[in-house]
Write a new protein. Structure first.
Length: 300
């Protein structure tokens, strides 16, 4: 559900392994998949995979596993669309950015099994029905009664999946990395490698990380600060050509998830009385660029 780059990648991997998969997403992508199959281009193969594609949440009826990859801003709306069609024993795994989507889904769907996951994959939609995989692909999955079966299913489809009791810390680690990179990559329209070479960028990232760590401590999330900082600075070395998802959204004229990245830190910081000026500036600047990208009203 929400079959953009992430959803198409994991759905495509499951379908490639012979599982019955339905992609539910935007009309342009789903129509291309209906006509030609999903083109899944990775470092090791480039194939067209035949699978069902739809724009209607009703096609989730009977599914035992729902991978939710809509934007964090659309979590409640997606839950409402899915609600009438979900099998009682279906497991929903959230593949989304941010740290609170599983909680929000449990509130919206109180009778449904929900598991948070941490997604480590670099993918992009290279065209309608064409997902391009740049690296990684593993999942860290929260324990639930159905998580073991889901992990087995994903592992046999070539998606390395591990069940972990420490998903919250991993989600916060990913959130902090996203807060450090996403807005800056989007505002500069640069991939990570060149971005960090620009004067002052790593210092701004360090300020962002410090604020995020202070908020995490106030939220009783235990993180190893040296490991977090190394992960932040190491990302540019490991993925120098990668643009952030926020950058990709802005370049395509779409709304972003910045409210659930730097914006989340700003909101939770305010709750705890923790100043978050670096995150606030980046959050505001992305909104300004996003507003600039919106179609202007006619002057007629």
């Amino acid at each position: 559900m929400g079959a953009g780059a992430v959803g198409c990648y994991y759905g495509g991997m499951l379908a490639r392994a012979g599982r019955s998969v339905v992609l539910i997403g935007r009309p342009a992508h789903m129509q291309a998949v209906q006509r030609h199959g999903l083109r899944l281009q990775t470092r090791s193969f480039d194939e067209r995979i035949r699978l069902e594609a739809s724009c209607d949440a009703a096609t989730a009826a009977g599914a035992q596993l729902v991978l939710l990859s809509v934007k964090s801003t659309d979590t409640e709306a997606a839950a409402e669309q899915l609600r009438p069609h979900l099998a009682p024993d279906a497991l929903i795994i959230t593949l989304q950015n941010g740290v609170d989507n599983a909680r929000r889904l449990r509130t919206a769907l109180p009778n449904q099994a929900v598991a948070a996951s941490v997604v480590y994959v670099a993918v992009e939609m290279a065209g309608p029905g064409h997902v391009c995989h740049h690296g990684r692909g593993e999942l860290l999955l929260e324990p639930s009664p159905a998580s073991a079966a889901a992990a087995d299913l994903l592992n046999t489809a070539g998606v390395p999946t591990e069940i972990s009791t420490d998903v919250e810390a991993a989600l916060w680690t990913k959130l902090i990395i996203n807060c450090a990179y996403n807005a800056l990559s989007a505002i500069a329209r640069q991939p990570y490698g060149p971005l960090v070479q620009q004067n002052g960028v790593t210092q701004v990232m360090d300020d962002v990380v410090s604020e995020c760590l202070a908020v995490a401590r106030a939220e009783n999330v235990v993180l190893a600060e040296p490991r977090i900082r190394e992960a932040v600075h190491g990302l540019a070395r490991s993925m120098p050509a990668q643009y952030s998802s926020t950058a990709q959204d802005l370049m395509r004229g779409r709304s972003t998830e910045i409210d659930h990245l730097n914006g989340h830190i700003v909101r939770r910081g305010a709750v705890h009385g923790i100043p978050t000026p670096a995150n606030r500036v980046l959050h505001t600047l992305v909104h300004l660029v996003q507003h600039q990208n919106m179609p202007k009203p006619s002057q007629d």
